[in-house]
Design a protein around this ligand. Structure first.
Ligand SMILES: NC(=O)c1ccc[n+]([C@@H]2O[C@H](COP(=O)([O-])OP(=O)(O)OC[C@H]3O[C@@H](n4cnc5c(N)ncnc54)[C@H](OP(=O)(O)O)[C@@H]3O)[C@@H](O)[C@H]2O)c1
Length: 217
């Protein structure tokens, strides 16, 4: 089993790497920079990979072994409100959160085994139905559009029997949330692992909470 994940030097990605290593999988992290915590694992680490740069992704992927599970984890949140938002920040989040998973899919398409899975960590904040508090334009827009990317990929990859799942990790204590959250990264990774194990091609193109509930768009 070969798992490839973006990010992984910290946060939810690092706990996902530890979880998959504990199951005996080979794991490759594609990240901008490593960390002492990531270096302490048995993962293969390829640094200098920015998901906003297609060329860096393609170069990193071309020598990889075939992939059973691809996870788009890298993400960016720059908080904003209606009174204070910055279009350049919104564009930056779109580059990372929306086009990142699309670039990753394109770079890895030839390496994905028939029957592989692609998990895209989007966010419940990208759910239009679930938005009752407004604001967070850059993050919400970019994650809603990431869900649309995943839905299209699920149709385009169907003939290869590749299952594409959009995943909300919960409200998790990481740098992204300033350490706030309801769960820690290990608990989130456990939930995400279960969803990625359980859901097969019949559920491709759907959106799941790490705790097991299907989420509305
Ligand atoms: N924490 C939550 O409550 C929560 C809720 C919903 C969804 N999520 C999503 O979960 C995922 C993981 O977030 P987290 O909470 O673990 O946050 P985090 O601790 O801030 O980690 C973010 C990861 O993304 C990487 N990254 C950011 N921009 C990148 C780029 N341009 N190219 C490559 N890597 C990049 C970071 O690498 P660097 O160290 O190089 O910056 C880091 O590894 C994200 O997609 C996030 O949107 C989180």
């Amino acid at each position: 089993m070969h798992v490839v994940i973006t990010g992984g030097n910290k946060g939810i990605g690092l706990s996902l790497i530890k979880k998959y290593l504990s199951t005996g999988a080979n794991v490759t992290s594609l990240c901008r920079q490593s960390s002492a915590d990531l270096d302490a694992t048995q993962a293969k680490v390829i640094t200098g990979i920015d998901v906003t740069n297609s060329e860096s992704l393609e170069n990193a992927v071309k020598d990889l072994d075939p992939i059973d599970l691809l996870i788009s984890n890298a993400g960016l949140l720059i908080g904003d409100t209606f009174d204070h938002f910055d279009l350049e920040n919104i564009n930056q989040q779109f580059q990372v959160n929306t086009l990142g998973p699309l670039r990753l899919a394109k770079a890895c398409a030839q390496k994905l085994k028939r029957g592989a899975k692609y998990g895209i960590i989007t966010s419940r904040m990208g759910s239009i139905a679930d938005n009752t508090s407004g604001g967070q334009y850059g993050y919400r827009l970019s994650k809603a559009a990431a869900n649309a990317v995943g839905k299209s990929l699920s149709e385009d990859f169907r003939s290869q029997e590749i299952t594409v799942l959009m995943l909300h990790p919960g409200y998790v204590k990481t740098d992204m949330t300033g350490g706030r959250g309801l769960i820690d990264t290990a608990e989130s990774a456990e939930g995400l692992y279960k969803i990625l194990e359980e859901k097969t091609l019949e559920k491709t193109g759907s959106f799941w909470h790490a705790f097991g509930d299907e989420l509305p768009w």
